[in-house]
Design a protein around this ligand. Structure first.
Ligand SMILES: O=c1ccn([C@H]2C[C@H](O)[C@@H](COP(=O)(O)O)O2)c(=O)[nH]1
Ligand SMILES: [Zn+2]
Length: 186
């Protein structure tokens, strides 16, 4: 297996641990010596795993629905319209205020002193908050498998920052599309 396929496969495998019913994301950080130095997936903070909601916000659902049928400005308008109409305590019962993103967990799980010059392999293009972490950690490359949320405002802000910080954004094109894992030989 090509090293790049192995790194993305590690991110994909890590994502499988996520309990998010809507979206499982994985990340794998690789240093300049091509060694894996951290992996992570989206999860609730330690100790909070069984106590926080996995619900999506009405605003997010409205935005995704608007995006599916019209265009991005409609999606952003939908977020704000529904947000304006949503009591703050409703937001308290959505996952967004609690979930730790895959990239954050990969960074927190690092087994090296720093992440300068590293590449991060992600199953989903990072959001703006994760872009900030990637930049501040001194990483130099983002390799992404899916850009499904390309038109979300968070993704647009992320691209803007990563571009300005001169971090390479590479779409991952696998050499192999399937990796078969056998935990026990026949
Ligand atoms: O950079 C990112 C962006 C998102 N995630 C995680 C956070 C959530 O668990 C899901 C997004 O949920 P939606 O239902 O699609 O809004 O993805 C991440 O780990 N990293
Ligand atoms: Zn993020």
């Amino acid at each position: 297996m090509e090293p790049e396929d192995y790194f993305m496969a590690a991110a994909v495998l890590s994502a499988k641990q996520s309990k998010d019913p809507n979206r499982q994301v994985g990340a794998c950080i690789v240093n300049q010596d091509k060694k894996v130095v951290g992996v992570g997936y989206n999860k609730m903070p330690n100790g909070c795993e069984d106590h926080m909601p996995w619900s999506r916000s009405k605003a997010r659902e409205a935005a995704d629905a608007a995006k599916a049928s019209v265009m991005d400005t409609a999606a952003v308008a939908a977020i704000y319209a529904v947000k304006a109409d949503t009591p703050p305590e409703d937001e308290l019962n959505t996952k967004y205020l609690y979930v730790c993103h895959a990239e954050l967990n990969a960074i927190m799980n690092k087994n090296s002193a720093d992440l300068k010059g590293c590449s991060i392999y992600v199953t989903l293009f990072p959001c703006n908050e994760c872009a900030k972490l990637i930049i501040q950690a001194g990483m130099k490359e983002v390799v992404f498998l899916s850009d499904e949320l390309h038109d979300r405002v968070e993704t647009k802000a992320s691209r803007r920052m990563l571009q300005r910080a001169e971090i390479t954004m590479t779409e991952f094109l696998p050499k192999e599309t399937e990796v078969v894992l056998k935990l026990k030989s026949d």
